[in-house]
Design a protein around this ligand. Structure first.
Ligand code: FES
Length: 82
């Protein structure tokens, strides 16, 4: 499964590189390297909603350091379990 993190200018300013780092750390910690790959993406069209990412067909907005684990569990682990 691919996760595309928006690195458009608005999301970049809101910390997309932090989110990419958190994703890579969490994927390593959970041993998901063979199942999940993190990629960068151009603007996903949700610039005012904080850092956006696309997990499969789902756009996840407002990702921050604070809510990262919740979003990861809901959208990434949730999608892998389906
Ligand atoms: S810059 Fe990220 S959604 Fe537009």
């Amino acid at each position: 499964m691919d996760i595309f993190v928006c690195i458009g200018s608005s999301c970049h300013l809101k910390g997309s590189y932090d989110i990419i780092q958190l994703l890579n750390e969490r994927i390593r910690r959970d041993g998901l390297e063979d199942r999940v790959e993190v990629k960068g993406s151009f603007c996903l069209g949700h610039c005012t909603d904080g850092v956006s990412m696309r997990v499969g067909d789902t756009i996840v907005t407002g990702v921050s350091r604070e809510n990262f684990d919740d979003k990861f569990e809901e959208y990434v682990l949730g999608a892998l379990e389906r």
